[in-house]
Write a protein that binds this ligand. Structure first.
Ligand SMILES: Cc1cc2nc3c(=O)[nH]c(=O)nc-3n(C[C@H](O)[C@H](O)[C@H](O)COP(=O)(O)OP(=O)(O)OC[C@H]3O[C@@H](n4cnc5c(N)ncnc54)[C@H](O)[C@@H]3O)c2cc1C
Length: 395
């Protein structure tokens, strides 16, 4: 059993770190890499961020695991994972929805026309996507989605509403699941479309999360989509959505930032005093931090199991559910523990005089809750583990 990476993988990590060191020297680096903003790096759009993504593309880091036929390098997916971990560990944007979820799904199921139009733009980092799955009455039970796609001569007309769409306020294209057959069983009447985000029939309004990050509601009013922008086959959309969600769990949730935050917390406990003693000498604090350290190792190993299963060609559904559950709940527990250990001052927010670590933990406490919901809530991950992992009947 070997938990370490190969010589080639270590050399790759060193190359990425060198790339990031050079990026750190740029005057706009703070706009691109900032761990203190938690998930904000993935949810914001600035010229600096787009510039960073283009340099990442120029350096050959996008589409590494794609087929060479589509501009990829046919490298093992472990390199995408290693890259994402390094990016996340410095608070930089991840390789994201384009390369991860949408590009791979288009390669597997898209028409030649969609591949020709979108794959080169994804590889050059010229394009941002938003994912339109959830609706007011369809989140965990996604197959209940109701956004209506009515057939017309040359395509469909979409009417209805999406909810919680991250990036809708700056994305270029919308990857949308809609109901094309209202008479079929709910999983069998769904299709996926690509819609330009600037379509006049779309309107986007802000929804702020408790972590302060922006997500959106999107309203569709008579939005025409031509046949060319149907992804794969009509009414087969549920399969594509599930595949794209598996890629999302694989590429979007990283353990690196947890490790960086944990190390910062240990350091904070060394230098913060209560009644003249550093916090790290208090038995209750030591007990708590040791337990968190153990959970962090467990999350790291669970994440490697996801990668190992994927490398063997399995769809790592149960492994990904276990990792997402463990990693995101650990993020929440770490922030919880930090606030308890820091005492009342821990509740002081960014900018308040005397706020420990300038309010980072107060913000982390609000922001990490959101990670346990997006991409499938913790309860949903437990259901997957119970049903698919343990073979238990439906409750
Ligand atoms: C910050 C953020 C960004 C997001 N970005 C996107 C995006 O870009 N695109 C997109 O399509 N969606 C996005 N989502 C939506 C996200 O996927 C949903 O919020 C999530 O799937 C939960 O759905 P819901 O909010 O409708 O809650 P519900 O499904 O209504 O769940 C409410 C509660 O009931 C629990 N629950 C539900 N069903 C069960 C069950 N069977 N067993 C046990 N417990 C259950 C849930 O765990 C939860 O605690 C985002 C969400 C957030 C918070």
């Amino acid at each position: 059993m070997n938990f370490d990476f190969s010589v080639e993988e270590h050399a790759f990590i060193a190359g990425v770190r060198e790339f990031l060191r050079a990026e750190r020297e740029r005057p706009d680096a703070d706009d691109v890499m900032n761990l203190g903003r938690e998930a904000d790096a993935q949810l914001a759009d600035t010229p600096a961020r787009r510039g960073f993504m283009r340099r990442l593309a120029d350096a050959g880091y996008l589409g590494m695991s794609w087929d060479s036929e589509y501009g990829g390098q046919e490298r093992s997916g472990v390199f995408d994972y290693l890259l994402n971990e390094e990016l996340a560990s410095v608070g930089a944007p991840l390789i994201g929805k384009g390369v991860g979820c949408i590009g791979k799904t288009l390669i597997a199921h898209g028409s030649e026309r969609l591949k020709r139009e979108f794959l080169p733009q994804i590889l050059r980092a010229d394009i941002e996507f938003a994912l339109g799955y959830s609706e007011p009455s369809a989140g965990s039970d996604l197959a209940s989605l109701r956004l209506r796609a009515t057939p017309v001569e040359d395509g469909w007309i979409l009417d209805g509403q999406k909810m919680w769409t991250t990036s809708a306020h700056f994305a270029d294209w919308y990857w949308v699941a809609a109901r094309t057959d209202t008479t079929a069983p709910k999983h069998k009447g769904i299709s996926v479309f690509l819609v330009p985000m600037h379509h006049p029939g779309l309107s986007v309004t802000e929804v702020k999360t408790m972590g302060g990050h922006r997500t959106n509601q999107v309203f569709f009013d008579n939005v025409h989509v031509s046949r060319d922008y149907l992804v794969g086959q009509e009414n087969r959309g549920w399969t594509y959505v599930c595949e794209a969600l598996d890629y999302e769990r694989f590429t979007m949730f990283t353990v690196g930032p947890l490790r960086v935050k944990f190390e910062a917390l240990v350091e904070l406990l060394r230098i913060t005093h209560r009644d003249g003693e550093p916090l790290c000498r208090l038995p209750a604090v030591r007990e708590r931090i040791a337990a968190l350290s153990t959970e962090l190792e467990a999350a790291t190993v669970l994440q490697r199991r996801v990668i190992a299963a994927a490398m063997k060609g399995h769809v790592p559904t149960v492994e990904a559910a276990m990792y997402k559950l463990c990693g995101t709940e650990l993020g929440r527990r770490m922030a919880d523990a930090a606030l308890e250990m820091l005492g009342p001052e821990g509740l002081l927010a960014h900018g308040a005089p005397g706020a420990p670590a300038d309010g980072k933990w107060e913000h982390s406490w609000r922001a990490t809750v959101v990670d346990t919901i997006g991409g499938g809530s913790s309860e949903v991950q437990k259901n997957i583990i119970a049903r698919r992992g343990l073979g238990l009947p439906l409750a």
